[in-house]
Every structure is written in C-alpha cells, then in structure tokens.
Design a protein around this ligand. Structure first.
Ligand code: PLP
Length: 355
C-alpha cells in the first residue's frame, strides 16, 4: 500500500533526495568509495559544502554581510548558542509554543530575559499580536512555525532590535526577507534533510560584541571562519541537504514552493472546516501551512482512536497529534505531494459518511 508520510520530524523528503543519498553511500561520484569513508577535506566533499552553501544563499536570496553555517547539535543547541554569542545584558522572547519556551528557558542562563508576550493562556493556539518589542534588548527571538501547535508567523516582522528566528519547521517553505533578521537557525529534519544537522544564517556584524568567553565549538565566528569545517561536519546530512536544495531549485525555488504549500494547506483546512466530525485547533488567522492540527468535535470525541486506525489502514502515517494538543496533526512539508493531502481528505470524507 502506498504510504502518505505526515510525520512531524524527521519527516518526508523528496524521493530523489533519498535515492541520491543512498547512491552516495554506496559509491560517491563514481569514486568507488562511499561518501562515509572519504575525508571531509577532500576535493569532492569540499565541492558538496561549497554548492550547498551557495544554493542556500541563492534560494533565500541572502544579502551580503550574512554567513551560512552548518552545525551539529540540532536546533536545540542553537537555543544556547544564540545567547552565548549575542546576549550581553538582556534579550526578549515571544512565547508561542514548546520550542519557543525551551529557547526562552535556555537563554535565562545568560542574562536578563523578558517574555514579550505569550499564548500559553490558550494552549499556544494563536500568535500574540500588538505586543511591543523592547528597544533596550540585544535581540528579539521568535519561532516562526510552531510545529507542535500548528501556528505560524507568515510575515517577516519589523523589529527595532536584531530579530532571531527559529525556522526549523518552515525554512524554505516561502521566500523570506533575510535582511530583516539577525540570525535564522533551525534543525534540518523537517524541510531540509536528515536529523543531526542544523543551519544558521548569521549577520556577521552582530558577532564579537559579548564580553563572555565563548567555547570554541559554540562560537559562530569559528564556524564561519572555517567554512563549517572547524571540526568534522555531519557529512552525510550535508550531502542530503545539498540534494534537497538542488530539488528546490529544480522545482521553481521558494516562490513555487510557497504556492504549492498554500494550495496544500487550503485544501486540508477547507476540509477540516467543512467536515462535520473535525475542528481545527489553531486560530484561523495564525494557521500554519506546515503542521495542521485538528481534533474530533466534542460530540464525536469517542471516534478519535477509530479514525486514527481508519486512516492508518489506508496508508496515512504520522497523523497522531502531539500529546500537548491531542487529536491529529498532519505535517505537510515541502516534499509532501498534494496527492497525499487529497488521500487524507478522502479518508476524512469516507469516515464522515460512516458516521
Ligand atoms: C523540531 C524543532 C526543534 C528541535 O529540533 P532538534 O533538532 O531536535 O533540536 C526546535 N524548534 C522547532 C520549531 C522545531 O520544530
């Protein structure tokens, strides 16, 4: 049976990225060697790194003055790397979910940290509005897509202080005005590649301003100076990321990707709103295009487990909601085809007819 992969992360990747990665593991560039058994400083791997960084900059139209680095440790290590490098006295955080809260908690070890606004009062089902960004802080941190709660900040907000964004789960899903940000970071395993890889886009002029000692491996400057090769980088995830970046370019780049993502999300939200059994959990104006959260309406609550089984019997994978929201979550990242969204909708409609 065909599987439709709605996993939240690690998650669906383009089939050709998986196949090309498999090929590089068996025989990289016809060298007779696996990419796993060659030096990261070899000419062949240096070409992978160079092309990946170049495509990263090209697709996001990253202006000069910014560097892109590949790092280990996932997005979670960035929760401390950001304040290590940028927080001298005070930072501000927007609390829009579990990941944002973790980032906020981590920063507290480095200085004064203020909560600008939070949607915790309604289980993070909306994005706070009309908050004021303090002007006396070193940076303002946001999480653009709240993977667990299915809300998203879809505009590049104007900030009077350097804007730092965790874009783990919506990077490359739409064009971004990078010039409005100081740092954009994320883990790779949602829209870019395998787990174990993180990226950071860093405005260089923000670095070197804190007075603390930064451990070498946590210092953005070291990774920038060494072209993401201060130590042995996660070579295979970087190779897969390169293949994803090539796929993005070949498929029309981020303008085309955004168009497809809007179409997929609208299709599924329309069905959630139409279907008598289901209701969306996120505020309509803040709905994520990447993670679509919905539950059974209270009067059909007893059908919750039954629908999960019904859908998984028909090839739907990974639609069980996160425990902090319940119900269902369909993650419809870049690589998920619209046919899979339609297959889920077919399940929802069939199930509705049965009840
Ligand atoms: C998945 C996720 C993380 C955590 O990523 P790790 O690579 O596991 O550390 C952080 N932030 C957001 C928004 C995420 O979706």
């Amino acid at each position: 049976m065909k599987k439709h992969n709605f996993n939240a992360g690690p998650s669906v990747l383009p089939r050709e990225v998986i196949e090309k990665t498999a090929q590089a593991v068996l025989d990289f560039n016809g060298s007779g060697l696996s990419i796993l058994e060659i030096s990261h400083r070899s000419k062949d791997f240096q070409a992978v790194m160079d092309e990946a960084i170049a495509l990263f900059k090209e697709l996001l139209e990253i202006p000069s003055g910014y560097s892109v680095v590949f790092l280990g440790g996932g997005a979670s290590l960035q929760f401390c790397m950001v304040p290590f490098n940028l927080l001298e006295k005070k930072a501000a955080y927007l609390l829009t979910g579990t990941w944002a809260s973790k980032a906020y908690k981590e920063a507290k070890g480095f200085g004064e940290v203020v909560e600008v606004a939070s949607s915790k009062d309604a289980n993070f089902s909306y994005i706070p509005k009309n908050y004021v960004i303090p002007t006396d802080v070193d940076y303002f941190h946001i999480t653009t897509n709240n993977t667990i709660f299915g809300t998203e900040i879809l505009t590049d907000i104007d900030s009077p202080v350097p804007l730092v964004a965790d874009m783990s789960s919506d990077i490359f899903s739409r064009p971004v005005d990078v010039s409005k940000y100081g740092v954009i970071y994320g883990g790779a395993q949602k829209n870019l590649g395998p787990a174990g890889l993180a990226f950071a886009i860093v405005k260089e002029e923000l670095l070197g301003k804190v007075s603390r000692h930064i451990p070498t491996m946590l210092d953005y400057r070291i990774h920038i100076e060494n072209g993401s090769m201060f130590n042995t980088p996660p070579v295979l995830p970087i190779y897969s990321a390169l293949e994803t970046l090539r796929w993005l370019k070949a498929n029309g780049g981020l303008v085309a990707m955004e168009k497809k993502n809007i179409a997929k999300a609208e299709l599924l939200y329309n069905e959630i709103d139409r279907n008598k059994l289901f209701v969306g959990t996120a505020a309509k104006e803040d709905r994520s295009r990447m993670n679509i959260c919905f539950v059974m309406k209270p009067e059909y609550q007893e059908l919750e487990a039954e629908f999960l089984k019904f859908a998984s019997d028909r090839g739907m994978v990974g639609i069980k909601g996160h425990r902090s929201v319940g119900g269902y979550r369909a993650s419809i990242y870049n690589a998920l085809p619209i046919e899979s969204v339609q297959a889920l909708i077919d399940c929802m409609q069939e199930f509705e007819k049965l009840h």
